[in-house]
Write a protein that binds this ligand. Structure first.
Ligand code: AP5
Length: 213
C-alpha cells in the first residue's frame, strides 16, 4: 500500500509515519529529512536550499522531485511506501503519480491530518531533534530522559531553525496557499481520508489505522 500524509507543519506526519512504518513494514520517506540531510552534509544542493528551508518557503519542485526519485530508485522491493511531506502542490502530486507509475505502482490513500494552528504552534515550539539519529522529541509531550541528550544514541538535541514562532507562522501560510488545495485534488480522485490529529499520538495512530482499512 502506498500512502501520502498531508497536513500542516507539526500535524504529526513524521511521528505517525514512523509508527506506521514500524507496524506495517512500509518504507517511510520524508522529503523534509531528505532536504535537511543535504543541508547537513553541505552538498552543492544543500548550500543552495539552506536559506529557503530556514525561512519556511518551499524548495523548487524539480529539485525535491529529483531527490525523491533518487531515494526511491535506491530502494529494492518494498511492501509499501509512506510519503511524508510530498506532494506539497499539484505539480508535485502529478510528478508523484508519474514516478509511481514508472515503477508499476499507484497511490492508494491520502490521509489528511486535521489540526488547529494553535496546536501546531505549541507542538513545534517544544520539538527537539537528535543531530545524530534524527529521533524527534517534544519537551511537553515526549521529553528526553536527560536534558538535550538523545535517549537512543546519546546525540545532542537541537531545535530546527524553521521551528521559531515567526517561521512556523510563515510555514502555516505556505501550507494554506500551496498545499491545502491538494485536498480538493485528492477528493476528486476519491483517495482522501480526513483524520483529526488533535489527540494523543496513540489515539491519532489508531484513527489513521482505521482510516486505512
Ligand atoms: P518538513 O520537515 O516536511 O516540515 P513540515 O511539513 O512543516 O512538517 P514538520 O516536520 O514540521 O511536522 P510533522 O507534521 O512531521 O510533525 P512531527 O511528527 O515532527 O519540511 C521542512 C521544509 O523542507 C519545508 O518547509 C520546505 O522548505 C522543505 N520541503 C520539504 N518537503 C518539501 C517538498 N515536498 N517541496 C518543497 N519543499 C519541501 O511532530 C511535531 C512535534 O509534535 C514533535 O515534537 C512531535 O513529537 C510532537 N507531536 C506529534 N504528534 C503529537 C501529538 N499527537 N501530541 C503531542 N505531540 C505530538
Amino acid at each position: 500500500m502506498n500512502i501520502v500524509f498531508l497536513g500542516p507543519p507539526g500535524a504529526g506526519k513524521g511521528t505517525l509515519s514512523k509508527k506506521l512504518s514500524l507496524k506495517k513494514g512500509w518504507l517511510h520517506i520524508s522529503t523534509g529529512d531528505l532536504v535537511r540531510r543535504e543541508i547537513r552534509m553541505q552538498t552543492e544542493l544543500g548550500k543552495k536550499i539552506q536559506s529557503i528551508v530556514n525561512s519556511g518557503r518551499l524548495v523548487d519542485d524539480k529539485l525535491v522531485t529529483r531527490l525523491l526519485e533518487k531515494k526511491i530508485q535506491n530502494e529494492k522491493k518494498v511492501k509499501g511506501i509512506i510519503f511524508d511531506g510530498f506532494p506539497r502542490n499539484t505539480i508535485q502530486a502529478k510528478a508523484l503519480e508519474k514516478m509511481l507509475s514508472k515503477l508499476g505502482l499507484k497511490l492508494n490513500t491520502v490521509v489528511y491530518l486535521d489540526v488547529s494552528k494553535k496546536t501546531v504552534v505549541s507542538r513545534l515550539s517544544a520539538r527537539r531533534q537528535c543531530n545524530n539519529c534524527n529521533e524527534v522529541y517534544n519537551l511537553l509531550y515526549n521529553p528526553p530522559k536527560k536534558d538535550n541528550v538523545c535517549d537512543k544514541c546519546s546525540g545532542q538535541l537541537y531545535q530546527r531553525k524553521d521551528d521559531s514562532p515567526k517561521i512556523v507562522k510563515q510555514r502555516f501560510e505556505v501550507f494554506k496557499k500551496e498545499t491545502r488545495p491538494l485536498l480538493d485534488y485528492y477528493k476528486e480522485k476519491k483517495l482522501l481520508k480526513i483524520v483529526s490529529a488533535e489527540s494523543t499520538v496513540k489515539k491519532n495512530l489508531e484513527q489513521v489505522m482505521n482510516a486505512l482499512q
